[in-house]
Design a protein around this ligand. Structure first.
Ligand SMILES: NC(=O)c1ccc[n+]([C@@H]2O[C@H](COP(=O)([O-])OP(=O)(O)OC[C@H]3O[C@@H](n4cnc5c(N)ncnc54)[C@H](O)[C@@H]3O)[C@@H](O)[C@H]2O)c1
Length: 311
C-alpha cells in the first residue's frame, strides 16, 4: 500500500510510537487522523496537522464515529502498554475489545487495510533469535496473551473478510516522550539520587532495543513493500542490551557513578521474559535493516529523555 495521498487513522497517536508514526505519515503527504483516550498519551504529542479525536476505543459507538468509510487504512497502536499492569483482566479485555471493535467497524465501513503493533511477548521464552514462524507461541504474560489473541482476530479478518493486514512484533522501543519503561525510570531515579540505583532482578535480563525513529521507518517500509493478505514482521535490532548495561549507559550520559542495588532473581516481575532477541532476517530480506545497534538505540533514547526529564 502507498501512504502518499491516502487517509489514515492512527489509534494511540498521542503515545510514543503513534505520535512519531503520525508525524512520519504527514511528512509523506498522507492525511492523518489520530484517536486516543489520553489515558497514557498526551494531547501535545499529536502533530498539529493531524485531526484529533479523544475517544475510548473499547466503546463501540466511539469506534463507529472515527472508523468512517472515507479512510484508506487503520494503524492500530492504542493499547494498555504496561506489561506488569496490576489489573490483568482489564488489560486483556480492553486490548482485545479495541481490536475486535475496530475490525468489525472496518468491515461494516468497507475499509480493507489494517496495521497492528504486536509484541515480542507473543513468543514467551522462545529460543533466540526468534523468527516469525517460530511455534508454538506460548506467551507468559497477560499482555502477551492479549497481543496473541489480537493476532488471532486479525488473521481471521485477513483470511475470511478481506482485510489485508500488517502485524508488527516489536522488540523494546525507546525514544522521546516515553514513560514507565526501564530507560525513563532509571533517568528519573538517578535524577533524584545519583549515588544509588535500584535495579529489578539480577541486571542480566537482556533484550533488544530499537529507536522509535527506526521503528516508524521500518513500519512504513513494510506496509509499502509487503503485500500478502497477512504480513507478520518482527521489528528489532540484531544485538541486545542487558539491564546493567542500560544503567551504565544512562549513568555515563548523566555523568553519575551510582552503586547498583539489585532486587534479585532472573526477571523483573512475573511474566517478564528475561532474554529477548528477535530474528530480523525476514525484514532484511524485504530490504530494511536498522542502522543503530541495541546499545546505540538505548544511548540515543536516553539522550532524548534526559533532555526532557532532567532540568
Ligand atoms: N514501546 C514498546 O516497547 C512496545 C513494545 C511492543 C509492543 N508495543 C506496542 O506498540 C503500540 C504503541 O506502544 P507505545 O509505546 O507507543 O505505547 P503508549 O502507551 O505510549 O501509547 C499507547 C496509546 O494508546 C492510548 N490508549 C490506551 N487505551 C486506549 C483506549 N481505550 N482508547 C483510545 N486510546 C487508548 C494511550 O493513551 C496511549 O497514548 C502498543 O500497541 C504497544 O502494545 C510497544
Amino acid at each position: 500500500m502507498q501512504l502518499q495521498d491516502s487517509t489514515v487513522l492512527v489509534t494511540g497517536g498521542a503515545g510514543l510510537v503513534g505520535s512519531h508514526l503520525a508525524e512520519r505519515f504527514l511528512e509523506d503527504g498522507a492525511t492523518v487522523r489520530v484517536v486516543d483516550d489520553l489515558s497514557k498519551g498526551s494531547r501535545e504529542r499529536v502533530p498539529s496537522e493531524a485531526t484529533f479525536t479523544q475517544a475510548d476505543l473499547t466503546e463501540r459507538d466511539d469506534v463507529a464515529d472515527v472508523v468512517t468509510a472515507d479512510l484508506d487504512a487503520v494503524f492500530h497502536l492504542a493499547a494498555y502498554t504496561d506489561t506488569n499492569y496490576d489489573d490483568d483482566r482489564k488489560l486483556f479485555e480492553e486490548n482485545t475489545e479495541m481490536t475486535y471493535n475496530l475490525l468489525e467497524q472496518m468491515q461494516a465501513a468497507d475499509i480493507d487495510k489494517f496495521a497492528f503493533t504486536s509484541s515480542s511477548t507473543v513468543y514467551g521464552e522462545a529460543p533466540r533469535p526468534t523468527p516469525e514462524d517460530y511455534a508454538p507461541l506460548e506467551p507468559i504474560s497477560i499482555y502477551g496473551s492479549s497481543k496473541l489473541a489480537d493476532e488471532a482476530l486479525i488473521s481471521t479478518y485477513a483470511h475470511s473478510y478481506d482485510i489485508q493486514s500488517w502485524v508488527f512484533r516489536f522488540a523494546n522501543i525507546v525514544g522521546p516522550y516515553q514513560r514507565g519503561n526501564v530507560v525513563p525510570d532509571f533517568i528519573e531515579k538517578l535524577d533524584d539520587d545519583p549515588n544509588e540505583l535500584t535495579i529489578l532482578g539480577d541486571g542480566r535480563q537482556e533484550k533488544s532495543y530499537l529507536h522509535v525513529s527506526e521503528c516508524v521507518d521500518a513500519m512504513q517500509y513494510v506496509v509499502e513493500n509487503a503485500d500478502d493478505d497477512l504480513n507478520i514482521y518482527n521489528l528489532g535490532t540484531k544485538t541486545t542490551t542487558s539491564v546493567t548495561e542500560i544503567a551504565d549507559i544512562i549513568s555515563d550520559e548523566l555523568g553519575a557513578d551510582p552503586e547498583y542495588a539489585y532486587t534479585g532473581g532472573d526477571r523483573g516481575w512475573t511474566g517478564d521474559v528475561p532474554k529477548m532477541r528477535l530474528s530480523i532476517q525476514k525484514l532484511a530480506a524485504l530490504g530494511w535493516e536498522p542502522a543503530m545497534s541495541s546499545h546505540e538505540a538505548v544511548r540515543h533514547g536516553a539522550q532524548d529523555l534526559i533532555a526532557e526529564i532532567v532540568e
